[in-house]
Ligand binder design. Sequence first.
Ligand code: ATP
Length: 494
Amino acid sequence: MREETKKNLKSYLDSLYPILYIRHSDFADVDKVLLEAAAPNVRFYEFNNALGAINFSDKHSMKHCDLVEFLSSVMDDNDDDNECFIVLKDIHKNIDDPKVIALLRRIAELNERDDYHVKIIIIDSVENIPQELKSFITLIDVPLPDDEEIMTCLSDFASEVGEKIDRAVMDELAFLLKGLSAFQIKQVLSLAYQNGGGLDTSDIKFIMGEKEQIIKKSGILEMVNFKETLSDIGGLENLKNWLKRKEKIFAQLDKAIKYGVDIPRGILILGMPGCGKSLAAKATAALFKVPLIRLDVGRLMGKYVGESESNMRSALKLAETVSPCVLWIDELEKAFAGIGGNGGEVTTRLFGNFLTWMQEKESTVFIVATANDISKLPPEFLRKGRFDELFFVDLPNEKERRKILEIHLQKRDKQSSSIDLGRLASETDGFNGADLEGLIKDAVETAFIDNTDITTGTLLDTLHNAKSITDIQGDKIKKLRADLKAYSIKPASE
Ligand code: ATP
């Protein structure tokens, strides 16, 4: 892939593209590709905000100056037939300055002349392309190392430190290192090596930890900490059984892929509020033994033109970085609200980007999307092939209510054997999981204050004063259920 990028870059540099915008955070890596792609007689100039003008080869500061001064001084270095590349790094904040826009535009327009050979290469981790420059800029995404390159990184590292790594360990490490840049791979490997003095399967946890750090630092995705497992969910047996099957694939992904099994893509869990959808997202990550990452689409909205789309691309790329992982999108219907209508162009484009990614992704990012209101969900999500399965979570039935009550009593270390759970379950029709949890919570509090044991009586008394979601929002629940039933989606409960 790297060869392909180099070839691409070379053809862009050779043709009439005056400004290339390379979105990448590993500047050293891009420098290397640039040097390899450029003709030998090219003159390089470099600028960054910290040091001003820089010597491209040794990275020493040549002159402290601002971007306007720098561009004005180098744009006329066009004395001979040799090309001149102006490399600008991390300038997304300066690029909106009208003087910078004017200078970049001038350089771009000069490139239409046969005797002008000064080109601009912007390398930035943030995409910010001013409207005025859009027609002059070509955006290039440098792909992350593929399997073969990761293997090369690994064997280079092993010979550097004089270690022999077992082939099976190499395969496993390479699988985990997917999604990291060449620089990050080297960093993680040397840290892991220093940590344990060798490279083996004990480093896998370490690599996962490093990947989590990358997510935390990014600020565009959220790492969710949780304790919940499948046994914390009362009912939803169909959903749980389906997940257990997929876990068998996730537990040996590498082998499964080689065998020809399709990588699980994800599920959409639709249904009543407070019935365990979020709980299921957390329990899925616990079951698959992978990190849980939350994507908040609202958080991706940026103020620059194209920034939101760029953030979405970064977020999805980042999720791939930590894959295998569970990517959780809560309230999916709100995340992409107003698509195609009054929600604005940006949301529609974000939605398009997300769908394309879902369709094409080959990574082991397992999506758990949750939503209440199917009528507000773009119908594209419901089409076959987007998610592996759609599940409908209804209010818990009697058997499930009994199990949920039992789980929440046990969570508070209360014996359920002396309590008539059957009676409570039959008297709580219309309650959701959160209501049932609230019932236990209130009864335990009362028992504590009254200095008594919790009994069926305490619970029935509490129930007398409790109101269920059906009591409070009956009409809304009826409508949600009717809308959901119209789609004949697989029930999450048995
Ligand atoms: P919303 O649509 O409002 O986000 P949700 O379906 O995601 O709701 P959860 O956040 O999973 O609901 O549930 C809220 C709380 O209710 C959970 O923390 C859990 O304690 C309890 N609860 C809900 N459903 C169940 C269940 N099936 N088993 C055990 N506890 C449950």
